[in-house]
Design a protein around this ligand. Sequence first.
Ligand SMILES: Cc1cc2nc3c(=O)[nH]c(=O)nc-3n(C[C@H](O)[C@H](O)[C@H](O)COP(=O)(O)OP(=O)(O)OC[C@H]3O[C@@H](n4cnc5c(N)ncnc54)[C@H](O)[C@@H]3O)c2cc1C
Length: 348
Amino acid sequence: MRFYICRERDDPKPFRIAIIGAGPAGLAAAGYLACRGYEVHVYEKMPEGGGMVAFAIPEVRIPVKAVREGMADLERIGVNFHFRTKVVYDSPKELGDEWAEHFVSLERLLGEFDALLIATGAWRPRNLKVPGIDLSGVYDALTLLHHVKMARIGYYPWSRIPDLKGKHVVIIGAGYTAVDVAIEARLLGAEKVTIVYRRSLNQSYAKAEIRKLVGEGMEFIEMASPVRIIGNKKVKGIEFCRTRIVEGSVVMTNECFVIDADVVAYAIGQLPTSPIREVVCANEEILKEAGIFFAGDVLAPRNIGTAMREGRARANEIEEWLLSKAPRKIFPVSATTRLIESVMSGKC
Ligand SMILES: Cc1cc2nc3c(=O)[nH]c(=O)nc-3n(C[C@H](O)[C@H](O)[C@H](O)COP(=O)(O)OP(=O)(O)OC[C@H]3O[C@@H](n4cnc5c(N)ncnc54)[C@H](O)[C@@H]3O)c2cc1C
């Protein structure tokens, strides 16, 4: 993967920029800014860069080697990486935190850098709220995928990955995460894989991938939503009810059915994980004035291409902002921290 576009760096510029998160958005921004001659430091809680591409997307789809090559290029043009380093402000515990060994406060970065890009993605799985969710054999798909990928690239013991051999794996949801769990489940020996989606196949943004999997023998059930997971300590099945779409919204009907299942994985979305909690509540425009920018999944679900494009666009905005505002004089760290506090308390 290629995260920058220049052959060599421009002459050094007198500004330092911190990027939080080494996923596609943060890396593309780092590449752009390093090319333009800025001193760039990337803070990443995981042991290496790549974000979801390195730590969730199955190795058979995007090998981690491709990300590592792009990372080596970035190091060559002078990007400074701080791995296993989580930036904290008021963020709660999130997926992947166990890999962080160092903790740096957002306030410290505000004091040390001229501008900040928050590109921390969406690492909190949205929980499925139905009875039976705590039964053994029920997983949130993102955590399951993350652990399988960590095992495949040598960070995580295989002994902690659930045994899917000969099992019927039922997946709830129809996005990239659902598709990838289906792929991994088959590779891990599942006998049958079923994806169930509450809307129609055409409404899934991963429809092409799902069609391919159906062509290879996977079952896909559309227009059905889970109402309870059945079992005694261990999952045995799931009850779904048929859905209808009314004015764009999903409405449940009384027509219900049960599917037997040995393993259930729900992939119903991810929530943004910014060091400033609930970035959607904070006013992005106001924080921009203080030199704090956002890009990628932390704002809303993206894909690899859009996250990278947004990272570069935001890096360009950072450059314009730095060159036009003499930022340190206008926003000392104490004022910026107070600004964040007032934005948060007013809006959230
Ligand atoms: C399972 C799955 C499959 C996907 N498949 C595809 C696909 O086939 N095609 C496609 O185009 N897109 C796909 N996507 C979407 C794509 O991966 C994302 O849109 C993209 O990775 C977003 O990039 P990002 O940089 O915004 O965030 P991320 O990739 O999530 O990177 C964010 C980085 O920030 C780090 N971080 C978070 N918080 C902190 C903190 N406080 N301090 C330090 N570091 C922190 C994280 O460890 C992570 O490395 C998939 C996503 C998933 C989950």
